[in-house]
Structure formats: C-alpha cells, structure tokens
Design a protein around this ligand. Structure first.
Ligand code: HEC
Length: 205
C-alpha cells in the first residue's frame, strides 16, 4: 500500500515536472498576449480598454508599490483632468438611486447593453450599510461615512471628486475612476454622494 502511494506521488511529480518543462520549452505567452487573445470576440468599441492611459502605465510599472514620485505624478494628472458636474450643478442627488447603483455590477461587460445605465458596484469593494451583508473589503468600510464627516460643502466636494476620479486624492488608487472613465454619469455620482452623506441614507443609520 505504502509503496503504491509513493509510486503514485512520484508519478504525479514527474508528470507535473514534465508539464512545466514542456511549457517552458514552448515558451509561456506574456500576460499581455493572454489578455489580448482572450479579447478576440469583443466588440470593436470595447477594444480601447486594453490600452492604458498615462496614469495606468506609470502606476502599473510600480507593480503594487508605486514610488512617491509616481503617486504624485498620478495625482497631478488627475488634478489636471476635468471634473464634470451634473446639469443642475448639485453634487448631492438621491440616495435611493445611489443605493440601487451601488448594488449593481451591470455595464462594461461583454454582452451588456449600452441602453441600460451602468452600476457603480460599490459593494464589491466597500461595506456601506448594515443591511447588506455581502460586500468586498478591497476598499475601506464606508459605514457611517456621513455621520462621521457631516455634509459640509467641502465634504460634498471631496466625496464627489473622490468618486469621479480617486487619483485626485490618492494617486494610483485601486478604485475605478467612475466619472473620468465615463462608467457613471455626473448625475449618478451625485446619487452615490447622497448615499454616503444624506442623514436619511442607510449608510448613516
Ligand atoms: C474595485 C474596488 C472599488 C470599487 C468598486 C469602489 N471603490 Fe471606493 N475605494 C476603493 C479603495 C481601494 C479605496 C481606498 C483608496 C483610495 O482612497 O482611493 C476606496 C476609497 C473610497 C472612498 C474614500 C474613503 C475615505 O475615507 O475618504 C470613497 C468615498 C469611496 N471609495 C466611494 C466609493 C463609491 C461610492 C463606490 C461606488 C460608486 C466605490 N467607492 C467603488 C476601492 C473601490
């Protein structure tokens, strides 16, 4: 029995080693080639998303540890880019719409229709309300965000700009640039601001 087990393990190791060797010999494709080849069925309009802009390029070059200079450069690039406001000029909208969008991961996926609004998918990375138990932890918890900070003009402006383009305040942030990249409209960003700052929002209960 013991001998059988050892024989099997040896066989397994030899097999794995064989795989590794043959793959090394044929040469691994680069990560870029793998991504490109998996995008052959993607509509033409989405292909631009494989091209990094300057901020993405410099941030990726530093892997998970960009230098202080890179972070400062990413912040300068973000500050120089326009931040569009909603048509009515108000940076705080409707928290109910903000909550629906925070829950939605719709949009920018292959097959998603462009006639339906994209979602912000905030819960994928943030805790936001006590009621929603399913959330990611890549970003900090935003539970009680407005309760702690109040909703002065400065906080409203910070929160709007933060969602519009997180790099303005944290160069090389892992949070998507929702406004800058047109994922959410200025109106939808104002709704997300309300979700975080409106005293009636479930975030602040
Ligand atoms: C892919 C993950 C991810 C998603 C999705 C995401 N965020 Fe973030 N968010 C982060 C990370 C990481 C940080 C911390 C780094 C930073 O401040 O940029 C952060 C920070 C923030 C902050 C700053 C918190 C503070 O204390 O100042 C706010 C506000 C925020 N996110 C709001 C949102 C909202 C609203 C949405 C949805 C529209 C959202 N985030 C979606 C990852 C994400």
């Amino acid at each position: 029995m013991k001998t059988k087990k050892i024989a099997l393990i040896t066989l397994g190791v030899t097999f794995l080693a064989g795989c590794a060797t043959s793959q090394l010999q044929s040469g691994f494709p680069s990560a870029e080639e793998v991504v490109k080849s998996s995008w052959h069925n993607v509509p033409e309009s989405m292909k631009g998303r494989l091209v990094q802009d300057e901020a993405q390029k410099i941030c990726s070059a530093g892997r998970d540890n960009p230098s202080k200079e890179t972070i400062a450069r990413a912040e300068a690039i973000a500050k120089a880019a326009p931040v569009k406001l909603p048509k009515d000029g108000k940076m705080m909208g409707d928290w109910k719409k903000g909550e629906a969008s925070a829950q939605s991961g719709f949009g920018q996926r292959v097959g998603d229709s462009s006639s339906r609004a994209n979602g912000g998918n905030c819960y994928a990375c943030h805790q936001m309300t006590k009621k929603e138990l399913s959330y990611g932890t890549l970003g900090p918890s935003l539970l009680g965000y407005g309760k702690v900070r109040g909703n002065s003009e400065a906080i409203v402006k910070y929160t709007y700009e933060k969602i519009y383009n997180p790099h303005i305040y944290s160069g090389c942030s892992n949070m998507p640039r929702f406004g800058h990249n047109g994922i959410l409209t200025p109106e939808q960003i104002a709704d997300a601001v309300a979700l975080l700052l409106d005293p009636k929002s479930p975030v602040n209960q």
